[in-house]
Write a protein that binds this ligand. Structure first.
Ligand code: NAD
Length: 387
């Protein structure tokens, strides 16, 4: 059984899907591992590190992928259509062996056409963001491992452009008031942003539609602000995700956010609804109500943004307020993000290796495999996407 680890060709992607540590573990489990030359460079892993762990290095995609049973990637492979549109240079999927298993963050809601391409290429496409949020799958949960880093880094990005200090400082020359930070969306990224801002001495408040997050915010020392409504009891799906709220709830939430936001220095936006555009929680008027020098970091930029004035991939200044539409923030911490992501992949595959014979076979009765597989044997099998 051969595992291939590809170099990421998409713009702004600095992570890699395997580290020397996971390569060593895969080899111990009986796999052969081939890594594309330079795959780990942006995560500070050299080809020599992979070789020392037991991998071979390949320069030719046809050799790397032609006989690979499993392909490990971070982002979805480039397709012929994207190569023509100038997004990349190589039609990566064309090199996959028929029957190969692909593990990556495939963003299927935003890329439904790609799902047909995986099926047509007879690739078993596993979309890691669909791994269910169950206890057994925690060690495979790429959304958690990457969002946690994203929440931390969002605060750091904010500080970088904020021209004041975060903690309260009492000095002989005068007292500096602590910065006030509001976190919108208290999931994995939001909770880490709260913890990071608190550690830096800020006064932190947070909001979410899921009542369960109140206790978590408060345990980190944040103040929880939330619309009191019966709707909140139903705001969470069985998977723990938020639902889209009613127009009446949205109006009341907007009033609450408007009232809180004008007293804040920094807003960290993390609110997402799976498969939907991110909810707009900060409108133009609210941005104008913030003091010049304030900062908004919008982690939801890729899904349309929680702030109406966010420009994905750009930093814009509106009335003195910097709005950072950061994309792929975990990639900015590529070394740690790759290490955790690579471990998630190892943990996903490990249960499917026979402990004695080392034979690898995906268990199609496993709810984790069923929930995360988009295609198999030339068909779209995921209930959300098959017709
Ligand atoms: P996410 O990235 O989908 O969304 C981020 C946050 O935004 C969520 O807390 C969500 O409730 C919030 N949000 C959505 N719409 C909002 C709105 N209109 N206003 C304010 N907030 C809004 O969420 P996530 O970080 O992936 O976490 C989703 C759930 O999964 C949480 O319940 C989390 O505790 C749970 N989780 C479970 C496990 C596990 O058990 N293995 C692991 C990680 C996360």
């Amino acid at each position: 059984m051969k595992i291939a680890v590809m170099k990421e060709r998409r713009e702004h992607e600095r992570r890699v899907a395997a580290t020397p540590e996971t390569v060593k573990k895969f080899i111990g489990l009986g796999f052969r591992v081939a890594v594309e030359m330079g795959a780990g460079e942006a995560s500070r892993i050299s080809d020599a590190d992979y070789i020392a762990a037991g991998a071979t290095i390949e320069t030719d995609l046809a050799v790397l992928l032609g006989d690979a049973n499993i392909v490990l990637k971070v982002q979805r492979p480039l397709l012929a259509s994207e190569v023509l549109a100038g997004e990349g240079k190589v039609d990566e999927l064309a090199y996959f062996k028929r029957g190969a298993i692909l593990l990556a963050i495939l963003s299927p809601y935003a890329n439904t056409a790609a799902i047909y391409a995986y099926a047509a290429a007879d690739v078993t496409a596993i979309s890691l963001e669909f791994v269910p949020r169950i206890t057994r799958a925690q060690s495979m949960d790429v959304l958690s491992s990457q969002s946690n880093l994203a929440g931390y880094r969002a605060v750091i990005e904010a500080i970088h452009v904020f021209d004041r200090a975060m903690p309260m400082m009492m000095t002989a020359a005068g007292t500096i008031a602590p910065a006030r930070v509001m976190v919108l969306g208290a999931g994995v990224a939001g909770l880490q942003a709260i913890a990071t801002a608190k550690r830096l001495g800020a006064v932190v408040s947070a909001t979410d539609v899921r009542a369960a997050s109140k206790e978590q915010v408060e345990s980190l020392g944040g103040k929880f602000v939330m619309v009191e409504s019966e709707e909140v009891a139903n705001a969470e799906t069985s998977g723990g995700y938020a639902k889209e709220m009613s127009d009446d709830y949205k109006r009341r939430q907007a009033e609450l956010v408007a009232e809180t936001l004008k007293k804040q220095d920094i807003a960290i936006c993390t609110a997402l609804i799976p498969g939907r555009r991110a909810p707009v929680l900060i409108n133009d008027e609210m941005v104008y109500s913030m003091r010049p020098g304030s900062v908004i970091v919008d982690l939801a930029a890729e899904q349309g943004g929680n702030c109406s004035l966010t420009k994905p991939g750009e930093v814009v200044e509106v009335n003195g307020v910097s709005i950072i539409g950061v994309l792929n923030i975990p990639s900015r911490l590529s070394t740690d993000a790759s290490a955790l992501y690579a471990k998630n992949l190892l943990n996903y595959l490990m249960p499917h290796v026979h402990p004695e014979t080392h034979a690898f076979k995906l268990n199609w009765h496993d709810e984790i495999v069923l929930a995360s597989s988009l295609t198999h044997a030339g068909e779209i099998i995921h209930p959300t996407f098959k017709h």
